[in-house]
Write a protein that binds this ligand. Structure first.
Ligand SMILES: NC(=O)c1ccc[n+]([C@@H]2O[C@H](COP(=O)([O-])OP(=O)(O)OC[C@H]3O[C@@H](n4cnc5c(N)ncnc54)[C@H](O)[C@@H]3O)[C@@H](O)[C@H]2O)c1
Ligand SMILES: [Zn+2]
Ligand SMILES: [Zn+2]
Length: 380
């Protein structure tokens, strides 16, 4: 037991007071964890588009003041009642979606969409008592996706915490909490390309490049990157992408271009854009007979997917995935081991690093499209 167990901890947190306004480093009070919760000391956190999206709050229900952040690495400070598989000192990755290990989804080998702990972006409180564990002068500050890692200490449901190898450098593996695992898992767990196959990746942001990294690991021989932004192609070479298509360079649909390049279509394609046309192109560029397309991007509310049913009759498959089909507690430790065994390269995703006191710079890098991942050092 540490000296802080059972007590309120005062620490620094980056509070979003209003939509789109720079975060403010404040002293917050973090209550002790309740039943099935753990309190974590966050050492490193990274910025993801989803943080920026909800911070901008254009179109979603705004919930402020709030502490954002969901990609992180930390150490368990204390555990609440009933938590048996985590102990103070454990190295962990908090995850925005959880695994209760008891519901139908958790019991199924095929699903990671836990009934109890599946992502909920509207909820700003803990599920145990409907209250926040963060406050300033007694006034509650809301949580974000159950993680709120832009704080030196945070309280998380124990089902949203993956216990990992303590030798893994948290400043690197922290990026496995969200986007990188999503792209990697979309390829390795869902698209499952075989050695020597041809894979198209639509969208070469962090998620798409992680999907390309998965294709490289699987031994794909041709990895075709598709993006509207030619600046992305240079970076993508480091991720094994060896051919590039910019849809803007052609006056016919990109699926036709890819189909011609590959004599009938790619074996696998992974869509990591979030645009409905890219989703349709990703499906229509796979080969008859065995082609599989996997949708990862999150589309706009009113989008509808349209394609000719004959594409399915011609034995193509369309799939989608959430968090790369990884069950956070059961599967993430092994992804960390892939990095430790040098099968998975993570450093190349980390383009920037800033101290916590300069967290707003991480937002600037992302908004300017300069960064893949910016890691934020909590002790700075
Ligand atoms: N399913 C999940 O579990 C999950 C998890 C995390 C993120 N996502 C989603 O994955 C998507 C990608 O995330 P990211 O962080 O890599 O985004 P990003 O914005 O960094 O990358 C998207 C890329 O797509 C390119 N692009 C835009 N329109 C295009 C088009 N029509 N054709 C080809 N390329 C196009 C952009 O130039 C950009 O390089 C987002 O929609 C995000 O919400 C899904
Ligand atoms: Zn569950
Ligand atoms: Zn994310």
């Amino acid at each position: 037991m540490s000296s802080t167990t059972g007590k309120v901890i005062k620490c620094r947190a980056a509070v979003a007071w209003e939509a789109g306004k720079p975060l403010v480093i404040e002293e917050v009070e973090v209550a002790p964890p309740q039943a099935m919760e753990v309190r974590l000391k966050i050492l490193y956190t990274a910025l993801c588009h989803t943080d920026v999206f909800f911070w901008e709050a254009k179109g979603q229900n705004p919930l402020f003041p709030r502490i954002f952040g969901h990609e992180a690495g930390g150490i368990v400070e204390s555990v609440g009642e009933g938590v048996t598989d985590l102990a103070p000192g454990d190295h962990v990755l908090p995850v925005f979606t959880g695994e209760c290990k008891e519901c139908a989804h958790c019991l199924s080998e095929e699903s990671n969409m836990c009934d109890l702990l599946r992502i909920n972006t509207d909820r700003g409180v803990m599920i145990n008592d409907g209250k926040s564990r963060f406050s300033i002068n007694g006034k509650p500050i809301y949580h974000f996706v159950g993680t709120s890692t832009f704080s030196e200490y945070t309280v998380v449901h124990s089902g949203c915490v993956a216990k990992i190898n303590p030798l893994a450098p948290l400043n690197v593996v922290c990026i496995l909490s969200c986007g990188i695992s999503t792209g990697l898992g979309a390829t390795l767990n869902v698209a499952k390309p075989t050695k020597g196959s041809t894979v198209a990746v639509f969208g070469l942001g962090a998620v798409g490049l992680a999907a390309a990294e998965g294709a490289r690991i699987a031994g794909a021989s041709r990895i075709i990157g598709v993006d509207l932004n030619p600046k992305r192609f240079h970076e993508a070479k480091k991720f094994g992408v060896n051919e590039f298509v910019n849809p803007k360079d052609y006056n016919k649909p990109v699926q036709e271009v890819i189909s011609e390049m590959t004599n009938g279509g790619v074996d696998r394609s992974i869509e990591c854009v979030g645009n409905i046309d890219a989703m349709i192109s990703a499906f229509e560029c796979v080969r008859d007979g065995w082609g599989v397309a996997v949708l990862v991007g999150v589309p706009y509310k009113d989008a509808t997917f349209k394609t000719h049913p004959v594409n399915f009759l011609n034995e193509r498959t369309l799939k989608g995935t959430f968090f790369g089909n990884y069950k956070p507690r059961s599967d993430l430790p092994a992804v960390v081991e892939m990095y430790m065994n040098k099968e998975l390269e993570l450093e190349k995703f980390i383009t920037h690093e800033v101290p916590f006191s300069e967290i707003n710079k991480a937002f600037d890098y992302m908004l300017q499209g300069d960064s893949l991942r910016c890691v934020i050092r909590m002790d700075g």
